[in-house]
Design a protein around this ligand. Structure first.
Ligand SMILES: Cc1ncc(COP(=O)(O)O)c(C=O)c1O
Length: 473
């Protein structure tokens, strides 16, 4: 086993966990730099707490995943940003400049996608139930709809007929290779029987149902069969899982080709691509597998099976969310109060935010890396629990190695770009933080901080409860 030296400073912690697309460094005076601006300066400009997105990291992540699949697949690759991971239109705009397609689930996600800019030919709409207004918007814009059920054919058909338009459709397939999954336990989702759980999940159709859908849609006036979709999610960082999924999906697709003559133009492999720094895993934060391993693992069996079966090669479409935005985001929060209990032997560093702002911690137990952003050169002297303000435990990081800290100093939590803003909520009526975008030495506000009034802006107090003054008794 490799002997990993125990880090002595936050800078060494950062070095240990740095990945190639991070735009993080440490200045001569020991400040954490995000691209060309220090974390403390960003807090001065935009206030605390603050999500910070690095444009450079976003662009690098996009180019890397695209190149990884292009190296393993001879037909075109469409990398579609799964906007659920972070719906900020500025992020969409940057990825659009890179040529990204998109995956949307709702009217809101379609709106965010097109606010930032999008090519309709590269956008899919997913979801187990898509209300008619979503279907209509997708058809109007010329997006591809991935059907999640046989029943959904009726709704899409009705809307397309009403609008007098055609729409490209994919079919979501339930891909669960039993040999791989029968004794499988996920390193991310804590489920007792993953295989049965996934069988029962609402997503996707079996090969038999797909065959019926294909027969029904062959030569259809309004629905143009275009391809297949599958998505397993961030279930494992084992490349063999992707290999098993690729093999099973390809076999299903080939069988359907042989039985129905339908040769798909695209296969959409969904998201869930594990990142190199991987707090999602209950194992080591360092994932030994770069994206190139996953691309190779999933593409090789598909290529072999399609070539052996003499099926024309489809394009590969992908829906990465976390992979693109995860490490592009850093969450900055400020120390508000340090509580020490010498009798119990614990120290709690209370910050001005909460795990509401990084909900994956509470939902899935992600083990994030936190750093003293103004003391990157200071020796690590203590183990603290980094805790938030809400009346749930709100433990960002337990037993976090920290240097001496002072009230008012900035703490940085890495990998905050995914599902932080998107799932953040206002428990304890805490307004949500602002978001800044950084590129080199430049920064922009891309989401304003909420006020307390914002928290209550959608609540309606009937006239009969209204008071001129706050009610005191
Ligand atoms: C259909 C679909 N595609 C893509 C994604 C994005 O997944 P990830 O962020 O793990 O890449 C999700 C996430 O839930 C999803 O449901």
């Amino acid at each position: 086993m490799m002997n990993v030296a125990v880090p002595n400073t936050p800078e060494e912690v950062l070095r240990r966990w740095m990945t190639s697309s991070d735009q993080l460094s440490v200045s001569a005076d020991g400040s954490l730099m995000i691209e060309g601006i220090s974390a403390a300066e960003l807090i001065k400009r935009f206030g605390s707490p603050l999500y910070v997105m690095s444009e450079g990291t976003l662009r690098k992540n996009f180019r890397r995943i695209k190149a990884a699949f292009e190296a393993n697949w001879p037909a075109a690759i469409n990398v579609m940003y799964a906007i659920k991971a972070n719906p900020n239109p500025s992020i969409r705009a940057i990825l659009h400049e890179e040529g990204a397609g998109g995956d949307c689930f709702s009217l809101g996600e379609i709106q965010a996608t097109f606010l930032g800019g999008a090519d309709p030919n590269k956008i899919v709409v997913n979801g187990s139930y898509k209300p008619d207004e979503v279907i209509a918007r997708a058809i109007d814009l010329g997006l591809t709809i991935n059907l999640d059920s046989e029943e959904e054919v009726d709704s899409v058909e009705a809307v397309a007929r009403r609008l007098g338009k055609t729409v490209r459709v994919g079919i979501r397939i339930k891909v669960l290779p039993e040999d791989y999954f029968k004794d499988f336990s996920s390193d991310c989702f804590k489920r007792p029987n993953f295989f049965q759980g996934m069988r029962r999940s609402k997503w996707g159709e079996t090969a038999e149902t797909a065959k019926r859908i294909i027969r029904r849609l062959t030569g259809h006036e309004h629905l143009k069969l275009f391809g297949y979709h599958t998505h397993i999610g961030r279930a494992s960082r084992d490349p063999n899982m992707f290999g098993a999924i690729g093999a099973e999906l390809a076999q299903i697709v080939l069988n359907l080709y042989q039985e129905t003559n339908f040769a798909p133009s695209m296969i959409d492999l969904g998201g869930g691509w594990a990142r190199e720094r991987d707090p999602e895993s209950s194992g080591d934060v360092r994932n030994p597998h770069p994206i190139e391993d996953y691309a190779a693992a999933v593409c090789a069996p598909m290529l072999r099976i399609f070539r052996d079966g003499q099926m024309p090669l489809p394009e590969i479409w992908l829906e990465p969310g976390r992979y693109l935005v995860g490490n592009a985001g850093v969450f900055l929060t400020t120390v508000g109060l340090i509580k020490r209990d010498t009798e119990l032997g614990f120290t709690w560093v209370n910050v001005d935010s909460s795990t509401n702002n990084l909900l994956q911690i509470d939902l899935f137990g992600y083990t994030y890396v936190a750093l003293s952003a103004e003391g990157m050169h200071r020796p690590l002297r203590q183990k603290v629990d980094l805790v938030g303000m809400t009346c749930v435990p709100s433990v960002f990081v337990r037993d976090c190695a920290m240097p001496e800290l002072k009230v008012g100093e900035v703490i940085a939590v890495l990998d905050a770009g995914m599902y932080g803003e998107a799932k953040g909520y206002q428990f304890n009526s805490l307004p949500r933080p602002a978001t800044a975008l950084v590129s080199g030495k430049f920064s922009w506000l891309i989401r304003r901080r909420e006020t307390v009034d914002d928290v209550f802006s959608t609540m309606v107090l009937p006239e009969r409860f209204k008071q001129d003054e706050p009610r005191v008794s």
